[in-house]
Design a protein around this ligand. Structure first.
Ligand SMILES: Cc1cc2nc3c(=O)[nH]c(=O)nc-3n(C[C@H](O)[C@H](O)[C@H](O)COP(=O)(O)O)c2cc1C
Length: 214
């Protein structure tokens, strides 16, 4: 098998687009989420984001990395989160992947991706941001910390999970969620959408015995 070696100099010499596509592939598969927000005038916004990560369970924290506004493009999700301190994360199934992908187009602030891309809004009591109706997994977050990152101008936003909605059938006896039962899509890079199956589950590893399949 022939192997390609890429040096830091070759990375630096690549076109911006080629480097972005290559480096975006490296973190691997992540659950794709549609991030629902609104501004202080109830103008809604929906954007596909894949940079979510788990920061801790007590308190329950999820974080994501958002790109900054540039001269060429505005970032409505970031602005709305800083204004209202609330957002929703909404998983989606493969049959909705093309519409979910479409939310990454640079729609003007006055045009909601909910309407432009064919997603219905769902407002739930006492929560300031819109959910995607019929999303198999809905998560409501409130802003706990916001860190502009000096290394490249991106922003890390840290949210505390305030509410969760998922089908009862997806809840395992140990409390975890079976993502495959919900049919959640995973994303690789900026263009590949796939639906993982149940995979292989292993008992917690310890030093005395080999890991056993559950
Ligand atoms: C598969 C995929 C994953 C993306 N993940 C992110 C991400 O993690 N962070 C980010 O800032 N933008 C991400 N984007 C780009 C945003 O979806 C895009 O910039 C969008 O226009 C932002 O919308 P907004 O201006 O309404 O917030 C992703 C795009 C795609 C297609």
């Amino acid at each position: 098998m022939s192997v390609i070696t890429v040096t830091s100099q070759e990375l630096a010499d690549m076109s911006g687009e080629e480097r972005a596509l290559l480096i975006n592939s490296l973190p691997g598969y992540k659950t794709g989420m549609l991030v629902g927000t609104c501004d202080t005038h109830d103008q809604t916004n929906l954007a596909i984001i894949s940079s979510h990560f788990h920061l801790g369970s007590n308190p329950p924290l999820l974080a994501m990395i958002l790109r900054p506004n540039t001269g060429k493009s505005e970032r409505h999700t970031l602005g709305n989160i800083l204004d209202t301190r609330s957002w929703t994360l909404n998983g989606f199934t493969l049959d909705r992947a093309a519409r979910a992908h479409q939310t990454s187009a640079p729609y003007p602030k006055t045009q909601s991706e909910f309407d432009a891309c064919g997603f219905e809004k769902e407002w739930l009591p006492a929560f300031a941001a819109p959910f995607v109706k019929d999303a198999p997994l809905q998560i409501g977050c409130v802003l706990r910390e916001h860190h502009p990152l000096t290394i490249n101008g991106t922003h890390m936003v840290i949210g505390e999970v305030q509410r969760l909605h998922y089908p009862a059938a997806a809840r395992r006896l140990d409390g975890a969620l079976a993502l495959d039962v919900m049919g959640l899509v995973a994303i690789a890079g900026l263009d590949t959408y796939t639906q993982p199956d149940e995979g292989l589950r292993l008992a917690p590893a310890n030093t005395d015995t080999a890991s056993a399949a559950l």
